[in-house]
Design a protein around this ligand. Structure first.
Ligand code: NDP
Ligand code: MG
Length: 388
């Protein structure tokens, strides 16, 4: 029996992880659930899954959750510090890091420090502090098993392989809802439109990142750290059908890929069950329904965020952290109709230019760069014509 801490249980990944848990009661037990402010859903989840503890990080929702679970044998905590403590409990066997954004970093690091295996959905953790996080994981001998579908694909291709035999990895990208569009179209797109992803149903932040291709940029950096690659060993190809989840090319020219229908429950289940492959009743891929799988070069000029992220990966240091913070602010502002689609890239670019470069930041320096970048980006949001 694996006892799980599911961080961000009310999100898209969190709720799908609970479906996987419910389908395998003989293998998984929920020890900890965490939500930020969705009290109603986390209360319902706690009643169903009976975890030992629930954390609601938004303090103002604590009383509501505490009262609702009064008659249940579930401990209720609030705040970020509680999250960092609970992932270290002896009764936790694995942590699913599925909080969105920089907010997921500290609990992931706390779990690694306590030697807990991580199923990692929160890609921002590796974008912000990949070097430091992977170093800590190596020191503590902690496996980090990717949940992100592309990285799960690469991970699955690498089982039984020597990492030194990898020539490069090729991340596939659907291209998002605006594939083939040009800047003159993108200036007018609204959040409601950008939220319509063709192949995947996901949380709002990653859906916007998929529309700008920032998601693929974040994933390049995630892949670099996760698999210990040089910048030049990470490539991207647009594959609109989202059937091939990524490729690995080896030094003998052989290429492996992992395929499947776009359903996040598969990589979630693979990470939770690893090294076992678990049986399920997910829909099977029928090749006859996909007679054409196509591939093309990304349009870096139109989707500037992908170029910005690639450049940030090459620059290294605190640049990906600054970029991530500016992106989080920009995406939130876009979701609130306070900046345009195109302005998101302007905000990120200018923020990177403004914040001092640090080559090998400490955790405190990452936190400082993150805050500084957020302040600068928020200032730029205020200056947007849409904001006023
Ligand atoms: P959602 O927005 O759907 O869910 C986010 C979760 O994090 C919610 O449980 C939310 O709680 C919680 N949360 C939000 N802000 C905070 C905070 N400040 N402190 C603590 N908890 C917080 O996101 P997704 O599930 O889509 O994504 C989660 C992560 O997984 C992201 O990093 C994303 O990039 C990655 N990922 C997601 C994929 C997907 O298919 N969705 C695919 C690959 C990667 P509440 O509901 O209470 O606000
Ligand atoms: Mg992905």
């Amino acid at each position: 029996m694996k006892r799980l801490a599911i961080l961000g249980s009310t999100g898209s990944i969190g709720t799908q992880a609970l479906e996987v848990v419910a389908a395998h009661p003989e293998l998984f037990e929920v020890e900890v659930l965490s939500a930020h402010s969705n009290a109603a859903l986390v209360i319902e989840q706690a009643k169903q899954f009976r975890p030992n503890a629930v954390v609601i990080t938004d303090d103002s929702k604590y009383a509501e959750v505490k009262e609702a679970l009064n008659l249940y044998p579930v401990k209720v905590f609030s705040g970020r510090k509680a999250l960092e403590d609970l992932v270290q409990w002896d009764t936790v066997d694995m942590v699913l890091a599925s909080i969105v954004g920089f907010a997921g970093l500290s609990s992931t690091i706390a779990a690694i420090e306590a030697g807990k295996p991580i199923a990692l959905a929160n890609k921002e953790t590796l974008v912000v502090a990949g070097e430091l996080v992977m170093q800590k994981a190596a020191e503590k001998n902690v496996p980090i098993i990717p949940v992100d579908s592309e990285h799960s694909a690469i991970f699955q291709c690498l089982v039984g392989e020597d990492f030194n035999a990898v020539e490069k990895v090729i991340l596939t990208a659907s291209g998002g809802p605006f594939i083939g569009r040009k800047p003159n179209y993108l200036v007018n797109v609204k959040a409601s439109h950008a939220l319509q992803h063709p192949n995947w149903t996901m949380g709002a932040k990653i859906t916007i990142d998929s529309a700008t291709l920032m998601n693929k940029g974040l994933e390049m950096i995630e892949a670099k750290w996760l698999f210990g690659l040089d910048n030049k060993q990470v490539e991207v190809v647009i594959h609109p059908q989202s059937i091939i989840h990524s490729f690995v090319q080896f030094k003998d020219s052989s290429v492996k890929a992992q395929l499947g229908l776009p359903d996040m429950k598969l990589p979630i289940q693979y990470a939770l069950g690893f090294p076992q492959r678990l049986t399920n009743d997910f829909k099977r891929l029928n090749f006859k329904e996909y007679s054409k799988l196509t591939f093309e070069e990304p349009d870096y000029k139109t989707f500037r965020n992908l170029a910005i992220a690639k450049d940030a990966m090459f620059k290294g240091g605190n640049v990906p952290c600054v970029m991530n913070a500016a992106n989080e602010v920009a995406v939130q502002a876009f979701l609130n109709n306070r900046v345009s689609f195109i302005e998101m890239s302007d905000i990120i670019e200018e923020t990177i230019a403004k914040i001092d470069f640090i080559e090998r930041p400490t955790l405190e320096e990452y936190e400082h760069s993150d805050s500084e970048a957020r302040l600068h980006a928020a200032d730029m949001v205020k200056k947007s014509q849409l904001a006023s």
